[in-house]
Design a protein around this ligand. Structure first.
Ligand SMILES: [Mg+2]
Length: 404
């Protein structure tokens, strides 16, 4: 049976959420930028008026301001973006349980089995488009096709707030004139190599000799060629295929009681490092953390904090735990045991776009980490100290993992 696949792409997602939350910004050129005070902060998203000035994602605030001096800079509100991302996914799930996220603002839906209930692929796409606008106040572009690659290309063709169908009848006319690097899986480097071979459009790629493509690009040459010819068979994975753990935590009972922050901090750092690594292994990122403290009278207190943007960076986790500890622990008794767990875990796959931006912002964070390590080195006087080495002098027996 011919598959019916939708690719839904929210338009100017971060900027649209900001304009939705602050309607007075709607007609002004705005850009959501990573670090607002810093001229070197980068543009994460822009609205339609800003696009007209040629503002581009990933350029610096400084470059953007040169193009448009009146550009209004907004800091990101990641928790709002995750909220809407999830909210809209609930709309998609009304039509099929085969919903696969690709970044925070894109999803594929396999609606092959849904047509008897909801009408044709384009009927469903139109309904999703209208509901997204009415219920979330955001717009989405939907591509409808018989495979994932063409559905994604379709959603790019008409924006914003539009539905584009790529059928067996029209794909040669609509898809083949597009440049090769518009297609998923063709990166800049590959596109450059293809161009050297005289292959500029997806149509050129489709018409190329398969054996020749394989001889140059190996397996990916075959994939590209198949994709260009509409032969992509990859499946849309089900939404509940592999449920992420709800929380990941570690706790430790110290071999002797701890009497001040100076003793507590390395333990928090150690626990943060452990759960950071476990989150990386599990492919998840935490929206918040919980700190548990058991004192020498075995009295336990727990505190939670939500991050403005999900993270699994050791220093982010440790700093948040430290802040909670300082704010809440009264030192009536010394500390016996400490535990940290990350909760409201978000799958990495839903974070691709945000993590791309966060990678850029991470340099900044790494610098902070370095200076923090510097302080510890000074304090503990070990020239070759690393976070792991630091722990050998700490009051730690084996620690415990827990997962919910
Ligand atoms: Mg988008």
């Amino acid at each position: 049976m011919e598959r019916i696949i939708l690719h839904c792409d929210l338009n100017n997602f971060f900027a649209s959420v900001e304009c939705r939350d602050h309607p007075e910004l709607k007609d002004r050129p705005i850009a959501v930028c990573g670090s607002v005070e810093d001229r070197h902060g980068i543009v994460l998203a822009k609205n339609e008026p800003a696009k007209r000035f040629g503002i581009k994602t990933a350029e610096t605030v400084w470059q953007a301001k040169k193009k448009c001096p009146d550009l209004f800079i907004v800091p990101p509100h990641f928790n709002r973006y995750y909220y809407f991302s999830k909210f809209i996914k609930q709309i998609y799930l009304c039509y099929t349980n085969q919903v696969e996220s690709f970044g925070i603002d894109e999803c594929w839906l396999d609606v092959t089995g849904s047509t008897r209930l909801f009408g044709s692929g384009t009927d469903i796409a139109e309904e999703i488009r209208a509901r997204t606008k009415a219920e979330a106040g955001l717009t989405v572009s939907v591509g409808v096709s018989f495979n994932k690659i063409f559905a994604k290309l379709g959603s790019d063709l008409k924006k914003p707030d539009a539905v584009t169908q790529i059928s067996r009848e029209n794909f040669k006319q609509k898809i083949w004139p597009l440049p090769v690097d518009a297609m998923l899986g063709v990166g800049k480097k590959t596109a450059k190599r293809l161009k050297e071979l005289g292959i500029r459009t997806i149509g050129d790629l489709a018409a190329a000799d398969l054996k020749y493509m394989v001889s140059i690009f190996g397996k990916s040459g075959q994939d590209m060629w198949r994709n260009a010819n509409g032969l992509d068979l990859s499946e849309v994975s089900a939404a509940d295929a592999d449920p992420a753990p709800k929380s990941i935590g570690n706790s430790v009972t110290c071999v002797h009681d701890l009497f001040d922050m100076e003793e507590v901090w390395p333990v928090l750092l150690h626990l943060s490092e452990k759960i950071s690594r476990r989150m990386r292994d599990a492919g998840v990122i935490a929206s918040g953390i919980q700190l548990s403290v058991k004192d020498s009278r075995l009295h336990v207190t727990q505190h939670q904090v939500h991050f403005s943007a999900p993270t699994r960076l050791t220093m982010d986790l440790a700093a948040a735990a430290k802040e909670m500890f300082l704010k809440n622990y009264t030192w009536k008794s010394p500390v016996r045991a400490l535990g940290i767990s990350g909760f409201a875990l978000v799958p990495e796959s839903e974070m691709q776009q945000a993590s791309f931006f966060q990678n850029i912002l991470q340099n900044e964070k790494n610098e902070r980490l370095e200076s923090e390590m510097e302080t510890l080195r000074e304090k503990y006087g070990n020239a070759s100290i690393t976070r792991a080495a630091l722990m050998t002098s700490m009051p730690l027996p084996g620690s415990q993992n827990h997962e919910k």
